[in-house]
Design a protein around this ligand. Sequence first.
Ligand code: OOG
Ligand code: MG
Length: 263
Amino acid sequence: MQNIADAAQQIWAAERQCVTTPQLTAAWPAMDAETAYRIQDAVLEQRLAAGHRMVGIKLGLTSVAKQVSIGIDSPTVAWLTDDMALSLDKPIDIGRFIHPRAEPEIAFVTNRDLAGPGMTASEALSAVGSVHAAVEIIDSRYRDFKFRIEDTIADNSSSGGFLLATPGVDPAGLDLRDEQVVLENNGEVVGTASGADVYGHPAEALAWAVNRLALRQLNVPAGSIVLTGGMTEAIRLSAGDSVTARFATIGTIGLTVMNDRPK
Ligand code: OOG
Ligand code: MG
């Protein structure tokens, strides 16, 4: 199958049915990144038609740790919708995901429209109203979490859900390059990283996304949530897990996974 509408339907059906699907590039080996982004946008259309609302963007593969673990060397940008926002005080039902993994991220909420090309990190940072400790739950629609970059772009960069600590922190006075995070699972340290691991600086990641979206004549509206990308390798989630991301200055955020899988 080599058309955008059918490819989008394949991804959207897998997500709704919570099952894996073959890589799109298996049937469409010549798919390029531009086509993959058009598939991503067609899946977004399906989500919006299902009544979900756009709330922001996410960066994928901005850290070398993540690029190495996946075998891809460029970032990606994808969409966040309101149904992906998870409540901070409720255990997570992993039954709604296929093979979820958790990763700590530095998140922004913007207070000005951002448009490229030519966006710089300092201009992007000046449009950040608040900085938030965040955890993203990623969930690829592909078997064994294996894909080429075009596959994951089409699959909205493996979006699943996200948790944002509130209220956020004023960016003035923060050194996000040096912001350290320690990731724990069930009390054991499973990863450490700093803001520099996010494409040199989380605001560099945002600038990259704004410029990448500009190639599709899209911008990032004021009030957008921005997940700047996983800082450490993502960890697999199992029933009963308790994951905590302790950031040095922007706060701590945790999640627990429900014990039994209602299915
Ligand atoms: C990997 C997950 C992308 C991140 O923060 O790096 C991502 C993928 O592209 O599937 O969310
Ligand atoms: Mg992520």
